[in-house]
Design a protein around this ligand. Structure first.
Ligand SMILES: Nc1ncnc2c1ncn2[C@@H]1O[C@H](COP(=O)(O)OP(=O)(O)OP(=O)(O)O)[C@@H](O)[C@H]1O
Ligand SMILES: [Mg+2]
Length: 374
C-alpha cells in the first residue's frame, strides 16, 4: 500500500506539502504505519527522536526500530481490531536509538486505510503529571513513616503522662487540680492530632467492592450542603450509564469530601459554584513504572470551582503534606486524596486558571475479579 499525505478535497488551500510542513512543525514524534507494519511516514520530530533520517525510517518496519515485546505492538493490534484510538501513559520505551524513555503512546486508526495507523509519542505532559503524582506518593510515604513514628514515640509516652497526671489529681489541692486538668486536656489534644495523622499509616489492603460513585457523590454533596458549602450552588453532570468503581466506599467519600471542601473554600462567597461531573473515557491506561502492570482507568470524576485558582508557586507542591494557604488548614487534605487514590491504583490531577479550577480523579471499573490488595 502506498500511503500518502494528501488533502481530501484535492488540496484546496492545503496540499500535500503543506501537510508535511505542519506535521514537521509538531514537537511530538509521529509515525504513520501501513497495514504491514512498515513505516510510511515519519515527521521531523520522529527523525530526531529515533536519531535517523526520514528516508531511512521510511524503508523500515516498526519492528526494526522498537523491540518486539514493546506494548506498542499490542496497542496497534488492538487499534486495528477495534477501529478506535488508544493511549497508554507511562510506557517505558527502550531502544538503542532512543535510550530509555518514559513516554505516552497514542495509536489512532487512519480513516479509509484499513490496517494503517498513526503512532505518536509524547515525552512529557502526562508523563510529567505521572511523575508529580509519584512524587506526591513519595511525599505521602514520608508522612506514613512519620505517622508510625508519632504513634509510637508520642502516643505511648503521652498515655503515661496522662495517667500520672490523673494519679496526682486524686491527692491535689483545688488549685493544683487546675494544672493536672490542663495536662490531661493538652495530652488529649495531642492524641487527637496524632490520630488524625494515623490515616496515613501504611495500609495497602483496600476492601474492594463495587461502588456506585453517584451515591458517593450524592452523599458528599449532602454533607457539604448541610455544612461548609451552604452558600454554594452545586451542579451535577452525571453519566447515568457509568459502571461501578472498584474501591472502598468510605475512603472514596473521604476523597471527594476533601476535594469538594477545597472547591467550596476556593469559590467566591457570592456566586460560588461547584460542578461535579462523571464520565467514561475509552482508551486510557496507566502503566505502573517498574511493575509492568497496566491499569485501565476509564472512570473520570471531576470537581470544578469558579474560585481564583491555584497560585503558580503552590502547584508543584500541592499534594505535599502541610502545604496550606488557609489560616486553619492542616494541608493534609490533598495528600490524603493522593494516598487513597494511589492505593486504588488511580490518578488525580488538576488544571487551574483564575475562575476555573478542575481536579480530575481517574478510577478503575469494578470487574468482580478484584484481589483484596490494592
Ligand atoms: N480548588 C482549589 N482552588 C484553589 N486552591 C486550592 C484548591 N484546592 C486546594 N487548593 C490549595 O491547596 C492547598 C492545600 O489543600 P489541602 O486540602 O491539602 O489543605 P487545606 O485545604 O489547606 O487544609 P485542610 O484540608 O486541612 O482544611 C490549599 O490551602 C489551597 O491553597
Ligand atoms: Mg483541604
Amino acid at each position: 500500500m502506498n500511503l500518502k499525505l494528501v488533502h481530501r478535497d484535492g488540496g484546496a488551500g492545503m496540499g500535500e506539502g503543506r501537510f508535511e510542513t505542519v506535521l514537521n512543525a509538531l514537537a511530538d514524534p509521529i509515525l504513520v504505519l501501513n497495514a504491514e507494519g512498515g513505516i510510511a511516514y515519519a515527521n521531523l520530530a520522529a527523525e530526531q527522536f529515533f536519531d535517523a533520517s526520514q528516508s531511512w525510517l521510511c524503508s523500515r518496519a516498526l519492528s526494526e526500530l522498537i523491540p518486539n515485546d514493546s506494548p506498542v505492538f499490542a496497542m496497534i493490534a488492538q487499534v486495528c481490531a477495534q477501529g478506535s484510538s488508544l493511549s497508554e501513559y507511562g510506557v517505558t520505551l527502550e531502544t538503542p536509538r532512543t535510550g530509555s524513555r518514559l513516554v505516552t503512546i497514542q495509536v489512532a486508526p487512519i480513516a479509509d486505510e484499513p490496517g494503517a495507523v498513526a503512532v505518536s509519542f509524547h515525552d512529557r505532559s502526562i508523563a510529567f503529571k505521572m511523575t508529580r503524582q509519584m512524587d506526591s506518593r513519595n511525599a505521602v510515604r514520608s508522612v506514613t513513616g512519620m505517622a508510625a513514628l508519632l504513634a509510637h514515640e508520642v502516643k505511648n509516652p503521652l498515655s503515661g503522662i496522662r495517667g500520672a497526671a490523673q494519679l496526682l489529681e486524686t491527692a491535689a489541692s483545688t488549685e493544683d487540680r487546675k494544672l493536672t486538668r490542663l495536662i490531661c486536656d493538652e495530652t488529649d489534644r495531642i492524641c487527637a492530632l496524632v490520630d488524625r495523622m494515623e490515616v496515613f499509616s501504611e495500609n495497602p489492603f483496600i476492601e474492594r467492592e463495587a461502588v456506585n460513585i453517584h451515591q458517593v457523590l450524592g452523599h458528599v454533596r449532602e454533607l457539604a450542603q448541610s455544612g461548609f458549602a451552604r452558600y454554594i450552588r452545586f451542579r451535577e453532570r452525571y453519566d447515568p450509564s457509568l459502571p461501578p468503581v472498584s474501591g472502598d466506599r468510605d475512603q472514596l467519600v473521604q476523597v471527594f469530601l476533601n476535594l469538594v471542601k477545597n472547591a467550596a473554600e476556593a469559590a467566591p462567597k457570592q456566586g460560588g459554584e461547584v460542578t461535579i461531573t462523571t464520565g467514561y473515557q475509552h482508551g486510557l491506561r496507566l502503566s505502573t513504572p517498574g511493575s509492568g502492570a497496566r491499569t485501565h482507568l476509564p472512570l473520570v470524576v471531576s470537581i470544578e470551582d469558579n474560585g481564583e485558582g491555584i497560585p503558580d508557586d503552590l502547584r508543584p507542591h500541592l499534594f505535599d503534606p502541610f502545604v496550606t494557604t488557609k489560616a486553619g488548614g492542616t494541608g493534609l487534605g490533598l495528600p490524603l486524596v493522593a494516598k487513597i487514590i494511589g492505593d486504588h491504583g488511580g490518578i488525580v490531577e488538576f488544571t487551574s486558571e483564575p475562575g476555573h479550577t478542575v481536579f480530575r480523579v481517574y478510577l478503575p471499573v469494578y470487574t468482580g475479579s478484584e484481589k483484596k490488595n490494592g
